[in-house]
Design a protein around this ligand. Structure first.
Ligand SMILES: [Zn+2]
Length: 304
């Protein structure tokens, strides 16, 4: 039996869980909203969650793995920054966790950790090379090569959302143009629907229209919503097919809010991949781990 502590630093919530890495189950977990204030208060709140769990579970933990909602240095020890909260610039998170918990600690950004979690415990089990995408407000990704997380030389690998598909396309959050994220993310679908409001959503406050509203309107036959949805899913299919040609994964796992659309998303993606991706064996699957994915990602990092 080997117990590890998985910590999940999200923009809106903090979660911690003790995971049995042999059975792949969460033995105990706790969560709380991410406190306002920044790195010092967030870190202290997370330590309190971890301490409460250690008091609750008699078996000592062997390691700590951290999923962090922001870029992390290639050494897997230092946070580069948080896009949402101050104080995280070059924060030595692994060393600070080691000083507190007294066991080795490894960290990764949330999409990398989620990819590794799906590979070890979820929908990505059973292959050697896997690609994970989270399609939500933004688009993130994680690459598994030879069963291990591929961070890249400077920790920028797996940024699927910033593959440039249409150089003259919409502005992207990264400062570029025409990245996959600017064409297919939840935010980009909402942006397109607010600019060209589907008839069935015209009674709504335009500012509140979400990607989910567009998906539902498209499913109900609204032709403008269908156009917006097909455009976004079409580019996503192109992006995934290109990534498949680059990496030749056995399984591509897609998580994030947009997967709530089910076959309305996966059906067209499979069709596009069938003629655009060179490998016809690659399998497309929805993520399996739900909201414990960050905790499981931390645990998977401990095993990597
Ligand atoms: Zn970008």
């Amino acid at each position: 039996m080997s117990y590890v502590l998985g910590l999940d630093f999200g923009g809106t919530k903090l979660a911690a869980g003790i995971v049995d890495t042999v059975s792949g189950t969460v033995v105990a977990s706790q969560r709380c909203p991410t406190p306002a204030g920044g790195a010092a208060t967030g870190f202290a709140a997370m330590l309190a969650l971890g301490d409460a769990l250690r008091a609750q579970v008699a078996t000592p933990i062997r390691a700590v793995g951290v999923s962090f909602g922001g870029p992390v240095e290639a050494d897997g020890r230092t946070v580069r920054l948080s896009m949402h909260l101050p104080g995280w610039e070059e924060f030595p998170l692994a060393a600070r966790c080691e000083a507190h918990f007294g066991v080795p600690t490894i960290i990764a950004n949330d999409a990398d950790a989620a990819g590794l979690a799906e590979y070890r415990f979820g929908a990505g089990q059973g292959c050697q090379h896997m690609l994970y995408l989270t399609v939500s407000t933004g688009i993130g990704g994680g690459v598994i090569i030879n069963g291990k997380l591929h961070r890249g030389e400077h920790a920028w690998a797996g940024e699927v959302g910033h593959m440039i598909l249409k150089p003259d396309g919409p502005a992207c959050a990264c400062g570029g143009n025409g990245c996959l994220e600017s064409l297919s993310s939840g935010l980009s679908i909402a942006r397109d629907a607010r600019a060209n409001v589907p008839p069935s959503l015209r009674a709504r406050d335009v500012a509140t229209i979400s990607a989910r509203d567009v998906a539902m309107a498209a499913a109900a036959g609204d032709s403008v919503a269908m156009q917006i949805w097909d455009h976004a899913v079409g580019w996503l299919g192109v992006g995934i097919s290109s990534a498949s040609n680059l990496l030749n994964p056995g399984i591509i796992v897609i998580g994030g809010g947009l997967t709530g659309a089910g076959e309305q998303l996966f059906g067209p993606l499979r069709t596009i991949m069938a003629y655009r991706a060179l490998s016809k064996q690659v399998v497309l699957k929805p993520a399996a781990l739900g909201d414990v994915i960050g905790i499981m990602g931390g645990a998977a990092l401990c095993m990597d």
